[in-house]
Design a protein around this ligand. Sequence first.
Ligand code: G3P
Ligand code: CA
Length: 249
Amino acid sequence: YGEPVTGGADNKMLTIAHRGASGYAPENTKASFDLALEMKADYIELDVQRSRDGELVIIHDTSVDRTTNGSGEVRDLNLEELRKLDAGSWFSPDFKGQGIMTFAEFLERYNGKAGMLIELKSPSLYPGIEEQVAEELSKYPAADKVVQSFEQESMKKMHAIMPFLKIGVLVKYRPLGITARQLQELSEFADYVNPNKKLASRGLVQKVHALGMKITPYTVRDRSSAAALKEMEVDGMVTDFPDYVNELK
Ligand code: G3P
Ligand code: CA
């Protein structure tokens, strides 16, 4: 007795701003990323795809329709065409003129200011994107960067190209959960298992930790989910509202 009861690694629980502070500003734009820094997010999450002429760009959907004033598939548009699009007005007229950033611009602007959780979105649509991302990343320190994807094969490849880079595997909700065998397989190349928050439980957190990996579930959009995940002792959480997570620290 007499030992202080500590709450574990609470202050190390990472606040990861999903597509920037996307609850308050248009996702994946300078406005949302800058706001994530202002709101003291530890990491910024972003989605990387590729233009027709081979430039790495930051956008979530494989088409520009939902988040810009244009239409068409990202991979069918050249960088010059993507640059002309307004990626802010759909969210609010206050953000008119926010554009689509390149991955190179993102790294240049935010390196060292926040960690980066870099998602390769639908990498099978973009053959060779892993090598291209590795090339860009090799210009910067790797310690505060994680590359993740829902596509496991792409992440195995990423790990083979840059063995020292931290790798995450995203897991969509599935009623039967994640099996011990699946976790074992992931632990062979991944550092993070990042499931839909509906899959998260104290038991899953313990199993992931026992295999030497970390877990940062997605996507927190209310305070009660943030509190529930904190109770499970996750390593961090991906959220549209960085303040909801920071309030718990
Ligand atoms: O980081 C987790 C999250 O970004 C995965 O889902 O669809 O928002 O890219 P999505
Ligand atoms: Ca994402």
